[in-house]
Design a binder for this molecule. Sequence first.
Ligand SMILES: [Ca+2]
Ligand SMILES: [Ca+2]
Length: 328
Amino acid sequence: MRFLSRVTITVVLFLAMTTLAWSAPSPPFWYTATGFLYESWFKVEAADLLGTGASQLVVLGRDYLDGRLAVQLLAWEGEKPVSKWESPNLLPEGPAMISCGRPLPGGTPMLLVLTQAHLYLYTVQDEKMILTSQFKHALSPVELSVADLDGDGRDELLVVRLGQRRPTYDEHVVEVYRLTEEGLVKLGGSGLLGPVRALTAGDLDGDGCAEVVIDAGLSSRAGVCTVLGWDREKQALVPRLQVDGLLETMAFGLTVAPGDPGPLLYTADGWGRLNRFYLTSGQLIPAGEYYSFPKGLVGVAVGDLDGDGQEEIMVVGHPNNLYVVSLN
Ligand SMILES: [Ca+2]
Ligand SMILES: [Ca+2]
């Protein structure tokens, strides 16, 4: 009897473990690089800055030994990423943040680098990255994203800033800025959102206006995911949806990308899980099982690296591992 119950427990444990393994498939890897480029990667974005018809990767990373905080542009050549450009050292103005978008009339794709002192705008001219303008600011920014919130064809800048200092943590707000020839003009902002740990923006419901998505919470615990939209009349970012514990742990990387049948929110979390969600009927619905990676994840981006019309997913594992995944 005793033996039987032991067997039963073993079988139950085995089943539980295999179920866990089945529910966490490894993704189909397309390319991987370990210990790559910088000692630590903080952010990755995908955009076609070079105008080649394929996406390049923009990486913000740090080398501690060399005291270097910088941005690199990687383009796919043959089977691997090749560095096309590196920014000056940003460490004296750090922390720094990056995003790609089209914030000026004319719609030229730009790399935006926001340090604690300046906003730098880079564009490509004659196949070279050029610093086209820079603006001084005093925003003390925490995080940056760029997206067209009001659907006028120009991307607004979304800047996470300190909203209110609590005894044990900081409450953040997201402020919305328009870029003009003179600099940043504030359009409005959100209410207090808690301690924001990750930010992205993109058109999640397909209405032509981008939504803002944040993950907020304390330490590495599961947080609150908030989807916000731009209210034209109030000139404010207002919450549309709040989900407690959407993920089981902290999200480090968020991005919004086209999907089938609709746009998807990608989340990359500290437990090495890549999740995808649809926004439908006012809810975030998982688009299938999550994918499991061998490292805790710090970033995610989606783009067509080789220009074949199919999108790849670029996932960054702590501290400097790049996994490129093709789900097609
Ligand atoms: Ca706009
Ligand atoms: Ca939308």
